[in-house]
Design a protein around this ligand. Structure first.
Ligand code: GLC
Length: 467
């Protein structure tokens, strides 16, 4: 029985299981508003698992510093000094329809845009703070403009919202906070504990909890349907109590029941407090798994990795560590080959444009996606029976029974051997131009006849229609 349950659980990619033995226990722990069957959850995540590829946007006052979105922390900039950015924020070249077109051409199907980062500045019009874009020289709600523009291009909308807030007077000091009392001359982590504790006595976390709920309510009420919510991030153990993560999630679910929420609320010990895991700037070795809190089995979970072009999330003028188009396309393929989603970040400049390097990367991806996107959308990890030839990555469309072989390094000798593929292939073609790839069986294997010259696409894909 237990085995069967775990099996169903994997099939639905869902951890809201109800194992018979533990059923009561699970049911007792799940709040009424969070109850959902595995089928319902799979359905809710269906578009997301199909679409695979989204755009992340990190844009805020930090874009003016242009040297990392955490500059306020790294340089311990005091709120009063940070105000210079607020006073000068005026993205006069902002035209989100241009961004939306670039995203769409790159094959991205959804966008997750920062509405407030750790600096506390709100990119949207909020009734609950004056520290917002409508009070800067720019004067308009740029989230609304962005939402409208991306929707017009057919992309789904997601919001990033920082739980951390270095501007709000009730957000407690800790070593990350730029204004936290530090030991003079000490390192970033050497805080003056007594002074910090004293200063925190006048900071009321409950008020801050309410502030977050109010703002999340605004974001999930005033902008139509929101499809993903990226809450970032709850650190230290048991922080969910401090954020009242459960209460916050309740607000989220009641306002937008279809929304897909990340795992940074520190509710990972539950089956219901998150929808997907969000490995950041790393490539998981395999499909992400988590230990199921009841069965204790490692099970596959939905995952979305967020990645940058060059290291920092916000616009960083002087960063030179930009990934190449080939690396970025490989990244997308690799993520899908392990059953995940990719959220690829852009950090617009403070004048509101995507700088030339970002545009160049997006068009490189667009060029590849234009002819190869069938190996991404609706695809996932290939079944184990299909061995991966050297220098390739596989993705698989289960609905259409098509296997995609991404050839990372084009072979020197006109052929590619597929071990153990005998009797499995119906038809094969190059995806970029739909030209037939002839093949013959050799023992248990299949030999594909490839053109000598590498096809004119960054990473060629062979589309294999299976029997
Ligand atoms: C981290 C960083 C942040 C970035 C985010 C993206 O948590 O604090 O700067 O926004 O990851 O996932």
């Amino acid at each position: 029985m237990k085995k069967l349950i775990v099996f169903c659980f994997i099939i639905t990619l869902n951890i809201t299981v109800t194992p018979a033995k533990n059923e009561e226990k699970v049911e007792q722990n799940v709040p009424e508003w969070a109850k959902e069957s595995p089928e319902e959850k799979t359905k809710r995540l269906e578009w997301w698992t199909n679409d695979r590829f989204g755009m992340f946007i990190h844009w805020g006052l930090y874009s003016m510093g242009a040297r990392h979105e955490w500059l306020m922390h790294y340089e311990r900039i005091q709120i009063a000094d940070y105000k210079k950015y607020f006073d000068h924020f005026n993205p006069d070249l902002y035209d989100p329809s241009k961004w939306a077109k670039l995203a769409k051409e790159a094959g991205m199907k959804y966008v997750v845009v920062g509405t407030k980062h750790h600096e506390g500045f709100c990119m949207f019009d909020s009734k609950f703070t004056d520290y917002k874009v409508t009070n800067t020289p720019y004067g308009k709600d740029l989230i609304r403009e962005l939402v409208d523009a991306f929707r017009a291009e057919g992309l789904r909308i997601g919001f990033y919202y920082s739980l951390i807030d270095w501007h709000h007077p009730d957000f407690p000091y800790d070593w990350m906070h730029p204004e936290c009392p530090h030991i003079p001359g000490g390192t970033m982590m050497q805080i003056d504990s007594a002074a910090t504790e004293k200063a925190n006595q006048t900071r009321d976390m409950q008020k801050y909890q309410q502030y977050m709920k109010n703002q999340i309510t605004e974001l999930l009420t005033n902008y139509g349907q929101i499809d993903e919510l990226f809450l970032d991030f709850s650190y230290y153990e048991k922080r969910h109590k401090q954020w009242d993560s459960e209460g916050l999630l309740k607000v989220v679910r009641s306002l937008q029941p279809q929304i897909i929420v990340d795992d940074r609320l520190d509710l990972n010990h539950t089956t219901w407090g998150w929808d997907f895991v969000s490995p950041e700037q790393v490539m998981p070795e395999n499909w992400e798994t988590r230990k199921h809190p009841i069965t204790q089995e490692e099970v596959r979970v939905p995952w979305e990795t967020c990645q940058t072009f060059s290291g920092s999330w916000g616009y960083h003028r002087d960063e030179t560590s930009w990934k190449s188009n080939n690396q970025l396309i490989t990244m997308l393929i690799e993520v899908v080959s392990k059953g995940g989603n990719l959220l690829l970040n852009v950090g617009p400049t403070s004048r509101g444009i995507l700088d030339y390097r970002a545009q160049e990367r997006l068009s490189g991806i667009a060029k590849w996606m234009e002819v190869n996107n069938r190996s991404i959308y609706g695809c996932t990890q290939a079944p184990e029976e299909f061995q991966r030839p050297q220098n390739t990555m596989l993705t698989y469309n289960a609905k259409n029974k098509i296997l995609y072989i991404h050839v990372l390094k084009w072979p020197t000798f006109k052929s590619l051997i597929l071990n153990g593929y005998k009797g499995k292939i119906n038809y094969a073609q190059l995806l970029n131009d739909g030209s037939e790839i002839q093949f013959r069986e050799r023992g248990e294997n299949v030999e594909l006849s490839l053109p000598l010259a590498k096809p004119d696409t960054e990473i060629p894909v062979i589309e294999i229609f299976l029997k």
